[in-house]
Ligand binder design. Structure first.
Ligand code: NAP
Length: 477
């Protein structure tokens, strides 16, 4: 085995990145463009692994289909992977197909960018009832995630969505929109059919604090009013502002814009005399969930109970002792994502992250584990927009480069060795060329739909392929 100092000098640094969402691709891009690499001090050879057969993680399986602007980030990520200096291995699951020991044998450093895809838990009675769902699971369904059921029970007329973040807005918008208005997007056929048959009339979004404490972003909030045949309904008694709210409105432009938007909607709603829409999206504030109800003992959701809250001066809310119930037949909690534990790594179960110091992964003794790094939501928790992940990657890559002379060198650094191992284990991995094939196939499905439905006047750029086996078959030619 060569010494680590010799390793860095005598051959390219071998780095594996696990998770090909934005966090992983940004890390790969930043590493490959770092000044050490550009100035020729260091050669790097990067392999990017992904558990799904396709790349782009959260952008493909987390961003709502009617958000083409955010989905467009894919174009930037595509350019990075299309340069040819980063190898892509899809359909390879860490901990099952390859172990930490495998990665350590083939690479000098491993970066975990596995994100967060599970729903945070909401510990209230009745949350387990039939008709109570995690928002993240619903997102996975409408985004055609290969590992979730093709069917989603959309039987409720009245629905509660808990949470005041952008995921709650996505879930509420997707539940309330008319399916035909989503045909311009890449939604798979099963999602279109499911939404088309939904009998929904009212979607209620509940925040536990006030209008100045929402976690939405202004663009995403304003977009709610663009849904065809969906009225937004607000309640004057929910418009409470304490000193901290006033300060937030003064000092934070985003909050100011959102409070203005909400207040304008409230005023317009009460002045309105237009024809009412067939669906309504209600925004409620100062409602803290207490219990999901099942009236008749059927085990099915029949309502939801909240405690009315009041602001305490600091922007936080406290209970008033007053309770209110709403009849709903489905409840979606969108109160945040939670990262999952990874084999052979420490895990902070409360925050759902890998314990780390600026991206250097920490062991049980609280010290950095040589050669192991993390970036993205599994590093810092599921907060922030996609672009924020770049800063994370910069920090992690900075530490990796700082450590490069002391990394435990790979025993088998030959880039072909990992390919041989995957083949030997019979793992049906997909490649960048394979993704290009699947990408072209999905675009062709869109073109086919457009040609077969000329009367609809809709151009579909893509229709997603959902079953994992189909994705693999098409990718592997
Ligand atoms: P989030 O922004 O953290 O919002 C979580 C919401 O859940 C907050 O309103 C929070 O209220 C509420 N909540 C938490 N625990 C609760 C409880 N026990 N009872 C009632 N309410 C509770 O999380 P997110 O919506 O999952 O979004 C995650 C990140 O992805 C965010 O940065 C978001 O902007 C981003 N994202 C962006 C887009 C986009 O279109 N740009 C789309 C989706 C997600 P408190 O504030 O009171 O804690």
């Amino acid at each position: 085995m060569s010494s680590s100092a010799e390793t860095a000098a005598s051959r390219p640094l071998r780095v594996a990145i696990i998770g090909a969402g934005p966090a992983g691709v940004y890390a790969a891009d930043i590493l490959s463009k770092s000044s050490e690499v550009k100035d020729g001090h260091l050669e790097v050879s990067i392999d990017l692994f992904e558990a799904y057969p396709a790349p782009y993680g959260l952008i493909r399986y987390g961003v709502a289909p009617d958000h083409p602007r955010i989905k467009g980030i894919v174009n930037a990520l595509h350019k990075v992977l299309d340069r040819g200096d980063i190898r892509f291995f899809g359909n390879v699951t860490y901990g099952r197909d390859l172990t930490l020991h495998d990665f350590r044998s083939f690479y000098d450093a491993v970066i975990f960018s596995t994100g967060a895809i599970k729903d945070a838990e909401l510990d209230i009675p009745g949350i387990e009832l039939e008709g109570s769902y995690g928002g993240a699971d619903f997102v996975s369904w409408y985004d055609g995630h290969p590992d979730v059921s093709r069917e989603w029970p959309l039987e409720a007329k009245e629905i509660a969505v808990i949470g005041n973040g952008n995921v709650a807005l996505d879930v509420a918008r997707m539940l309330s929109k008319h399916a035909d208005d989503l045909l311009v997007t890449e939604i798979p056929d099963n999602v279109y059919q499911g939404l088309k048959n939904s009998p929904v009339t009212d979607v209620h979004v509940f925040g536990r604090r006030g209008p100045a404490q929402v976690k939405f972003t202004p663009l995403e909030l304003r977009e709610l009013s663009h849904s065809n045949d969906v009225d937004i309904v607000l309640y004057p008694e929910d418009f409470e502002f304490d000193e901290a709210s006033d300060e937030a409105i003064r000092s934070n432009n985003q909050i100011k814009t959102m409070v203005n938007t909400l207040t304008n909607w409230l005023v317009e709603e009460h002045a309105e005399s237009e024809q009412p829409s067939s669906r309504r999206l209600h925004l409620h504030f100062l409602h803290s969930p207490v219990e999901v109800l099942s009236e008749d003992g059927s085990g099915k959701v029949s309502g939801i109970k909240f405690e009315r809250m009041q602001l305490d001066g600091t922007g936080n809310a406290k209970g008033t002792g007053e309770f209110i119930e709403y009849p709903v037949q489905a409840v979606y909690r969108a109160i945040g994502y939670h990262g999952s534990a990874l084999d052979e790594l420490e895990y902070d179960a409360r925050r759902g992250v890998i314990p780390n110091d600026g991206g250097r992964v920490l062991g049980a003794d609280g010290k950095p584990v040589p050669g192991i790094y993390t970036t993205g939501w599994i590093k810092r928790g599921p907060v922030g927009l996609i672009g924020h992940t770049k800063g994370d990657a910069l920090e992690t890559i900075g530490f990796l480069l700082e450590d490069r002379l002391s990394l435990p060198p790979a025993e088998t650094p030959d880039p072909q060795a990992i390919v041989d191992l995957l083949e030997e284990r019979g793992i049906e991995y997909t490649t960048w060329e394979g993704w290009n094939r699947l990408d072209a196939h999905e675009a062709a499905l869109g073109a086919q739909w457009t040609a077969e439905n000329p009367d609809r006047g809709i151009t579909r750029e893509r229709v997603k392929v959902v079953p994992r086996e189909d994705m693999i078959r098409i990718s592997r030619g």
